[in-house]
Write a protein that binds this ligand. Structure first.
Ligand code: NAP
Ligand code: ZN
Ligand code: ZN
Length: 345
């Protein structure tokens, strides 16, 4: 069992610190990788601080993983030693339920396995994520990365990318649609890039005036400050689709009022505590409030290939592993343009 250096949180209130964990020896269907880059998702912080009340400590976060294959099991057909490859939020699922059979492993009804903080399906132990030097994963959950893509800037696509791409595709965002992206962070900046590339008219909804120029550079056609009542009022009944990426408590009702008849607001951001929603904002205009969880493996591959074709990657700031605790504090302040990526080498 190869020992691997990592960074772990041992409780919700202590900083992440160096920790050595043991990866399994590769099984016949496994791929073993040295991790080169790992993105820092706000979910990592929610988990490390047990903000969703479901963390099992110690936890090694990180589910935006790009690495180089160092070994493959005897039955592996898709990868060979030396390939660059990715691992996202999922590392296993039952493959038998209706959702798994339809490439929606993220909704596996028998329990998908997250890349960290999950029990392995065979009960052999917990999973540990990408804040570590190496990882072992079934080849079915490993993603191909085009050599056209910058490896470090590709890492965030494995979560922030697929989490925004999947709902935009599911609700058929395209030309002629007015789309609002709420929150300009790791997910939000990918949401803007994708929605613009799909041909929609895109409005950035942000509570940070300092992000206006960036929103425009990313391709947003409009920028609206959500703290400005007049600007908010001007959007009444405006959007076909709003993608809500905000990580902290906020008022859904205000944004439901921005939907046109039959408009859809989809939450991907998961604030720690629930928020009241008034049915009035749903019945008037037949609005839908819904949510979406990452995306299946086939769709994640489709998204990576789409990014290679459309020259889309994440805007990143590279950090060292020992800078992670400062990075979390900066993430909470919205002080990142727009994704931290840990240089694991
Ligand atoms: P992030 O980089 O921290 O971005 C969150 C953005 O939310 C901020 O940049 C900010 O945008 C806005 N925001 C923050 N605090 C706010 C406040 N108090 N009021 C209003 N807006 C605020 O986080 P992320 O990595 O993109 O993740 C966003 C959320 O998605 C997290 O809750 C994460 O757990 C969740 N997530 C869900 C999935 C899924 O499958 N559904 C996958 C990945 C992540 P502005 O400054 O522009 O307002
Ligand atoms: Zn994530
Ligand atoms: Zn399943």
């Amino acid at each position: 069992m190869p020992a691997t250096k990592s960074y772990a949180a041992h409780s919700a209130t202590t900083p992440l610190e160096p920790w050595t964990l043991e990866r399994r020896d590769p099984k016949p269907t496994d791929v073993q990788m040295d991790i080169l880059f790992c993105g820092v998702c706000h979910s990592d912080l929610h988990f490390a601080r047990n903000e969703w009340g479901m963390t099992v400590f110690p936890i090694v976060p990180g589910h935006e993983i790009v690495g180089k294959v160092t070994a493959v099991g005897s039955a592996v057909t898709k990868y060979k030693v030396g390939d660059y490859a990715g691992i996202g939020c999922l590392v296993d699922s039952c493959r038998e339920c209706d959702n798994c059979k339809h490439d929606q492993e993220q909704y596996c009804t028998n329990g998908f396995v997250f890349s960290y903080g999950s029990m392995e399906r065979d009960g052999s132990g917990m999973t540990y994520g990408g804040y570590s030097k190496s990882i072992v994963c079934h080849e079915d959950f490993v993603l191909r990365i085009s050599d056209k893509l910058d490896l470090a800037a590709t890492a965030p696509l494995l979560c922030a990318g697929i989490t925004t791409y999947s709902p935009l595709r599911h609700w058929k965002v395209g030309p002629g649609m007015k789309v609002g992206i709420l929150g300009l962070g790791g997910l939000g900046h990918m949401g803007v890039k994708f929605a613009v590339s799909m041909g929609a008219e895109v409005t950035m909804l942000s509570h940070s005036p300092s992000k206006q120029a960036d929103a425009e550079r990313l391709g947003a056609h409009k920028f609206v400050l959500t703290s400005d009542e007049e600007q908010v009022k001007s959007l009444a009944g405006y959007f076909d689709f709003i993608l809500d990426t905000v990580s902290a408590q906020h008022d859904y009702n205000m944004y439901l009022g921005m939907l046109r008849t039959n408009g859809v607001m989809c939450c991907v951001g998961v604030p720690p505590a629930p928020t009241p929603v008034h049915a009035m904002g749903l019945v008037f205009g037949r609005h839908s409030l819904t949510g979406s969880l990452i995306g299946g493996i086939a769709e994640t591959q489709e998204m990576l290939d789409y990014c290679a074709d459309h020259n889309i990657v994440s805007d990143i700031e590279m950090i060292r592993m020992d800078e992670i605790n400062d990075a979390y504090e900066r993430l909470l302040k919205g002080d990142v343009r727009y994704r931290f990526v840990i240089d694991m080498a």
